[in-house]
Ligand binder design. Structure first.
Ligand code: ADP
Length: 274
C-alpha cells in the first residue's frame, strides 16, 4: 500500500519532468533545424549567381570575336553581380537586426524623411512600370528609433509594393499618429494594388527566404530576406506589423512604431539608463 502511494505521487511529477525535457529537446532540435535550413538556403542563394557569373565569363571568353554577344553576356553578368551584392547586403542587414539586441543609436527620426528616402529608392523600378507613388500625413511626425534600421524596413515594404504590382497601379504611403495605452504610436501604412497574398502565405512571408513565387521574386532582384529584416526591426523597436491582403486586389502592410517623445519613449529611455 505504502510503496504504491509513493510511486503514485512521484509518477505525475516524473512524467512532467520527462515532458519538459522532451519539449526542451524538441525546441532545441527545431532551432537546430532552422539554423541548418538557413545555412543551406544561404549557400544555395549564393551559389546561383556565382554559378551564373562563372558560366557567363566563360561565354564572354568564347565569344571574343562577337562584340554584340560580349555586350549581352556582360549585361547579364552585371545583373548577377547586383543580385549577389543585394544578397550579401541583406544578409549583413539581417545579421545586424536579428539578434534583437537593445536598440543602438535611437533618436527621433522624421517620418517624412524616411518616406521620401523609401520612395527615392524605388523611383526607378516604379518609373519603368509607370507606378504612381503618393505619400500623405507624414508632416511633423517623429518615430523613436534607429534611423538606418527604420529606413531599411520602410524601404523594403515600398520596394515590395512596387515589385508585386502590375504596371500603371498606385502605391500609397500614409502616416498618422494613433493613441495607445502605453503612449502614442506612429502608424505607417504601405498600400498597393498588386497581386496580393493568400491567407496561407500571409503566415509565412516573414520567414527568412520564404517567397510565394521564387521565380518572380528573383526576377525583381528579391532575396526573400526583406520581410524578415522588417520583422526584426519592428521587434527591436517594440513596434508591430500587420498585413491586410486580398488576392489580385492588393496588400497593405502597416507598421506601428513608438512616437519620439511619447511617454512610452521616455519610459524606455529611463529603463535604458538604469
Ligand atoms: P523578396 O525579396 O522575395 O521580396 P520579402 O521577404 O520582402 O522577399 O517578401 C517575401 C515574399 O512575400 C515575396 O517573395 C512575395 O511573395 C511576398 N510579398 C511581399 N510583399 C508583397 C506585396 N506587397 N504583395 C504581394 N506579395 C508580397
Amino acid at each position: 500500500g505504502e510503496a504504491l502511494a509513493v510511486s503514485a505521487r512521484v509518477a505525475p511529477l516524473g512524467s512532467r519532468l520527462v515532458l519538459l525535457l522532451v519539449e526542451d529537446l524538441t525546441e532545441a532540435r527545431r532551432i537546430e533545424a532552422v539554423r541548418r535550413d538557413f545555412v543551406a538556403n544561404v549557400s544555395h542563394e549564393l551559389k546561383t549567381p556565382v554559378g551564373a557569373l562563372s558560366l557567363l565569363s566563360e561565354a564572354v571568353m568564347d565569344a571574343s570575336d562577337d562584340p554584340e554577344a560580349v555586350q549581352r553576356f556582360a549585361g547579364r553578368m552585371q545583373i548577377e553581380a547586383t543580385r549577389l551584392t543585394n544578397l550579401v547586403q541583406e544578409l549583413i542587414d539581417l545579421s545586424r537586426v536579428q539578434n534583437d539586441d537593445p536598440l543602438e543609436d535611437a533618436e527621433p527620426v522624421r517620418v517624412d524623411e524616411l518616406v521620401a528616402e523609401a520612395i527615392d529608392r524605388c523611383r526607378h523600378a516604379a518609373g519603368t512600370k509607370q507606378i504612381t507613388m503618393a505619400a500623405g500625413g507624414t508632416a511633423d511626425l517623429f518615430v523613436h528609433g534607429n534611423r538606418g534600421q527604420l529606413a531599411a524596413a520602410l524601404g523594403n515594404l515600398v520596394e515590395n509594393a512596387v515589385n508585386y504590382s502590375p504596371a500603371r497601379t498606385r502605391v500609397g504611403i500614409a502616416a498618422r499618429r494613433v493613441s495607445a495605452p502605453g503612449g502614442d504610436l506612429i502608424e505607417i501604412a504601405v498600400t498597393d494594388q498588386g497581386i496580393g497574398i493568400s491567407d496561407k502565405d500571409k503566415e509565412r512571408i516573414f520567414e527568412r527566404f520564404y517567397r510565394v513565387d521564387p521565380a518572380r521574386s528573383r526576377a525583381t532582384g528579391g532575396t526573400g530576406l526583406g520581410l524578415a529584416i522588417v520583422k526584426h526591426v519592428v521587434a527591436s523597436h517594440g513596434g508591430e506589423i500587420t498585413v491586410w491582403s486580398a488576392e489580385n486586389q492588393g496588400s497593405t502592410f502597416t507598421l506601428k512604431l513608438p512616437e519620439a517623445g511619447s511617454s512610452r519613449d521616455r519610459a524606455r529611455h529611463r529603463s535604458d539608463r538604469s
